[in-house]
Unconditional design. Structure first.
Length: 212
């Protein structure tokens, strides 16, 4: 593997497991349309991609209005129904101690992403936390990555890698001309990540540590 000096991480499904909070919030929004989903795992597909697009694609409802309903639950409750994957803090500490620049790049609204890092006392491990705007702009992962690199003054893309659990992370990295690593402990499958063109695949948090 190359020696990467700048490590970009996705948040949901990569740093934290947001499954309960996100699916509870999606279920809350869908109830506004009279939709009930019995199998909660059916809502895992909302974890990772921009929310408004998922509501439109999977249920044919107005995406931005559905996101507003989603946030009724998420703002006060769902955001905290979340856990940090085992080994993540040790990994972040190791990367910081070795002089790596660690950056968050998520399609989640930046204000929520920063609150999650603060809540779990992870904010000091990140040089910068880049996310989407609340108005639904800057949700495309390629745009978020470009924004993160620009804000951090990163120009040597050969030293950068994006790590995430869904195809959007891999495709976003490719569009920015940087390498990517897919992780299998999140919500994406090996087939999804390999089909998207991930340069590396990590089965566990420990594997990410060994790669980086």
């Amino acid at each position: 593997m190359k020696n990467y000096n700048v490590i970009l991480f996705d948040l949901d499904g990569t740093i934290t497991d947001p499954g309960i909070g996100i699916t509870n919030s999606v279920a809350h929004a869908l109830k506004k349309y009279g939709i009930t989903v019995e199998d909660r795992t059916e809502l895992y597909k909302f974890i990772g991609p921009p929310l408004h697009k998922s509501f439109e694609e999977f249920y044919g409802v107005d995406g931005m209005q559905a996101v507003e309903y989603y946030r009724e639950y998420y703002r006060d409750k769902g955001i905290y129904e979340n856990t940090v994957y085992a080994g993540i803090e040790d990994m972040l500490k190791r990367l910081n101690d070795s002089g790596k620049k660690v950056i968050l790049a998520t399609s989640k609204p930046e204000v929520f992403a920063k609150e999650i890092l603060r809540y779990f006392s992870l904010e000091n491990y990140f040089f910068y936390a880049a996310g989407a705007n609340l108005d639904g702009t800057l949700t495309d992962k390629a745009e978020v990555i470009a924004y993160a690199l620009a804000e951090c003054g990163v120009t040597d893309k050969s030293a950068v890698i994006m790590i995430g659990d869904r195809e959007h992370d891999i495709v976003g990295a490719k569009k920015n001309g940087i390498d990517s690593m897919g992780v299998l402990y999140g919500y994406g499958s090996r087939e999804e990540l390999e089909s998207a063109g991930a340069d590396y695949i990590a089965d566990t948090v420990e594997d990410v540590c060994r790669f980086c």
